[in-house]
Ligand binder design. Structure first.
Ligand code: GDP
Ligand code: ZN
Length: 295
């Protein structure tokens, strides 16, 4: 049987195969063989399972992934940690207010999407409280949607984005991710304002769970504060600001960092919000590189 991992709790993998939910474990040999440091599979992975009766199963193998959302492992910075596998869309959720809309966080998330090769949509929730200027994102070519889990504004538009897709919601806590997921699908029972964190060791620090909603699958990712970019360096960061590509093509320097080079075609306007984010994330990556050196 082929199924999909919806949730991981310790060594138990909850696999949905059709209408059936199975509590599965890996065949013994997987435990150390596959990935010495991490888990042998992630939420979202498709797996082949055999039933062992009474809602229990055994995972025989993991099918190849078509995409993934990764972060840098916090405790082992040289390692990749897959947060969710087989993702179709990243929904970047920020609030219009409370907490204030933060373009730096939005831009960080767009880099995360680009670095993982995932399409994204910017969702500004709590529209009942304010309407921040999104023209920088519209000009950069991002799909934007304003929602309010309170008044219902924009929910139909958001539903169209996640329909028949595996969508992962990322964003700081308190912006209304759980509220939105609940509003998208009334049958969801995510706890609003209260994140479940299991004390099951470092491998389960992100309690990601895939749940069916709006004809697709959605995942909330509690604890964005622990998200670190994987595969992004100070040198290749510019490649993940996809909207820079046109200007970068016109840049007359090869290997330009677009920071200090005189006459660079990308550099220039620090009032440009996206460019400011580029400088900040780059600084951050340079600082981290020094921090991780020698580990
Ligand atoms: P999460 O941490 O991103 O999952 O955020 P929650 O869904 O837990 O919501 C945080 C707080 O914001 C809760 O008190 C919600 O009631 C509130 N909230 C969520 N969506 C909206 C909205 O659209 N408008 C307003 N005014 N409040 C909201
Ligand atoms: Zn340049």
């Amino acid at each position: 049987m082929i199924g999909r991992i919806h949730k991981i709790a310790g060594n138990v993998y909850v696999v949905r195969a059709g209408e059936t939910l199975l509590r599965c474990r890996f065949r013994g040999r997987f435990r150390r063989e596959l990935l010495p440091a991490g888990k042998p599979a992630a939420v979202g992975d498709e797996v082949e399972v055999t039933c062992c009766g009474a809602g229990e199963g055994r995972i025989e193998r993991v099918l190849p992934r078509r995409s993934k959302l990764s972060r840098r492992d916090i405790l082992r910075p040289s390692q990749e940690q897959v947060i969710v596998a087989n993702v179709d869309l990243l929904v970047i959720v920020l609030a219009a207010r409370d907490p204030d809309f933060d373009p730096r966080i939005a831009d960080r998330c767009t880099v995360m999407a680009a670095a993982n090769g995932l399409p994204c949509v910017l969702c500004v929730n709590k529209s009942d409280l304010g309407r921040p200027d999104l023209s920088a994102y519209e000009q950069a070519g991002f799909a934007c949607v304003r929602t309010s889990a309170r008044t219902g504004e924009g929910l139909e538009a958001l539903r169209r984005f996640v329909r028949e897709r595996a969508a992962v919601f990322v964003g700081p806590s308190g912006v209304g991710k759980s509220s939105l997921l609940n509003a998208l699908e009334l049958s969801l029972s995510l706890r609003v304002g209260e994140v479940s964190r299991r004390g099951e060791g470092r491998h389960t620090t992100s309690a990601v769970e895939l749940v069916p909603a709006a004809g697709g699958l959605v995942a909330d990712t509690p604890g964005l504060e622990f998200f670190t970019l994987w595969g992004v360096t100070a040198e290749n960061l510019k490649d993940y600001f996809l909207d820079f590509a046109e200007r970068a093509g016109a840049c007359r320097y090869r290997n330009c960092t677009h920071t200090v080079e005189e006459g660079c075609a990308v550099r220039g306007n620090v009032a440009d919000s996206r460019y400011r984010s580029y400088l900040e994330i780059r600084q951050d990556l340079l600082a981290r590189r020094d921090l991780f050196r020698g580990r």
